[in-house]
Design a protein around this ligand. Sequence first.
Ligand SMILES: O=C(O)CCC(=O)C(=O)O
Ligand SMILES: [Fe+2]
Length: 484
Amino acid sequence: EYYSSVDKMQMLGEVELDLVTATHLYLTERQEQLNVMRSFVDRVKLEHAAIRQELLQDAEYLEQPLQAFRLIKRLVVDWPVLHDSLAASQKQLREEYAKLVNETGEAQGLPNQEDLKGAVRGLQRLQSVYNLTASDMANSSLFWNDCLEIGVQLYEQANYRSALEWLLLAAKLVDQIEDENAQGMRAQVYEYLGMTYMELGEKQKAVETLRELLSSLSPDTAHPVRFLLDDVEDTEPKCPKELGEAYWYANFSRLCQGKRLPEPGSLSCYLDFERHPRFRLSPLKVEQAHLNPDIHIYYDVLTDAQIETVLDLANQLESFRSKVVGEVITETRVSQQVWLNYTSPIMRTIGNLLGAISGLDMTNVEEMQVANYGIGGQYFPHFDYISKLREDYIARGNRITTNMFYLSDVLQGGYTVFPFLNVFLRPVKGSLVIWPNVHRSLAPDSRVLHAGCPVLEGSKRIGNIWIHSAQQEFRRPCTLVSTE
Ligand SMILES: O=C(O)CCC(=O)C(=O)O
Ligand SMILES: [Fe+2]
């Protein structure tokens, strides 16, 4: 019974005050959470509006590696985190979100952690091959948390040198934020920064970074950092492993950037009317990119309309992640591909055309491999010739030539380079490049090591046809000297 005692009523009054305080706290917290959500949603909305305003098609916008990375990151990290943080009472919204995710996921698959990792590795490759700093890459269009995500991913991949650069950029950006939540954000960045310094053997810097962070934190949030700092102070600095680079890497990277060592030589361009009767009226436009081994470029061999037909055909097939023959999926080759056979009119036309240009017998050709390189997509230096142990080698002989059609231009990057031959080729839509993979004797020719450089901006499409050695005895007789 309360009404008969003033003391007890007073107690009730206190209980109610506690209720007010607790509820107020809850509301403030929720309000903060809602503010964070609102600013995220507004930002994303703005970004989509900007795309429309620039009258860019989504595809073009997403051909910029950073934008593609950010979209993947939002879908893999930001949206799920945001919806996980919804209070249990927001059941309807949570369910709607889950339904949307499931439906899209089933229809076309949503990106996952692997995609995010792949995108970050793509960015890192661009930096390494094109010699770009993190801030060159970020180009003021990344937020502190984007840079942190890239840094964390690289840290997890044990790529500490690159992680450091991104974390330093994240730190610079987060330090500019004046916001009541900034403390927590700074802590996230600086903790990783400290741990990265440790991995790089720079204990002193790790300690300084964490001490500085600690001094800026309020006592109630300092505890985990204190803990980390103690740990770091008690740990011996590591001896970082220096990653060795392949001896051709420098030239590979230089050629990808469109630079090459000066080379004496007399290469020429010419019109070829003679090769085949079909070129009598409209000659082949030939450019010699290298002689012995011969790398020739043939311009304007496919029209835009023909290329569109090929790409339509390719789009009807389900593409899959490219693998290097007999290998598991690796970073050696980052692209998607399909194979087109010669039953369609367009592919028959291309087959005949290639027969006329190459002068080779087309009985033993592979189907055309149509490949598409996305963010940071590349094909690391490799050879196209195949091992004698493979089944198709026994049936058709080796891949004597590679015949690569460029099915797109590329906005930036994506050159085809030959590190040993000091050659780089810029993709030109509609042109065809032919090079040999073996000597005249059919012995593998290791001088034609080649690569598809990472795509910096845009996307790159190519169609490869490999012509094999079986039944070429009259058109391309072998020699007995192995290096001829
Ligand atoms: O993408 C390129 O430029 C080269 C592709 C290549 O070497 C291959 O597909 O074997
Ligand atoms: Fe190749």
